[in-house]
Design a protein around this ligand. Sequence first.
Ligand SMILES: [Fe+2]
Ligand SMILES: [Fe+2]
Length: 247
Amino acid sequence: METQVDEIAAGIFRLSTFTDAVAGGFTFNQFLVTGDDALLFHTGPRMMFPLVSAAVAKVLPVERLRYVSFGHWEADESGALNDWLQAAPHAEVAAGTLGTLISGTDQAIRPPRPPLADGEVLDLGGPRLRWVDTPHVPHGWDAGVLFEETTATLLCGDLFTHVGAVPALTENDVVGPAGAAEDMFGATCLTPMTAPTIRRLAGLAPATLGIMHGSSFAGDGAAALEALAGDYDRRFQASLATGGGDR
Ligand SMILES: [Fe+2]
Ligand SMILES: [Fe+2]
């Protein structure tokens, strides 16, 4: 196993580890955002820390990391958090309000930075990352995403998850493959708020989507998010019609 490094937008690097142990082929991706300060979005699971930290070191010294962030608390999003905090002595957890107050203050070996409010911008000295709360979307009460304003890159976590040994960046459809993975995993909470929450992200008009599992996407991010929201509308209505018995 090796972690591949690709710059998917100016100063934003996708660190990707492929394994054939999940669904016949699956990627775990982290995103390194570099400015005067550097932020890592998703820690990767603990067992991947040696691979992912070696990948970060190809871009900058690991001890230069200033923030470690992720969309929700879960092994692949936050599992290696304390390994990163040990390797980067000035790094702080940067998460949303619920994630910080419920889990961050208990799970991290150092106190997190003050919680990022919905819409708050974290200035890295160049990149500007806006935190957006997305509770329960795609899963996790504490869920949120980061939008890098200067490159219009949405780090959208588990949204658009798709399987396979895929290229770092694609302009092809990512909504169909995401639907196929949803059929396989059922990873998303289906609620009346699922589609509206995704539709709200379309308002950011991203030019690049940093997807945690699968290829990143370059193109009309708003249209992709609208189409994804439409797919979840359909799934939610279908679940109501069947009393929740069939996703
Ligand atoms: Fe997740
Ligand atoms: Fe994930």
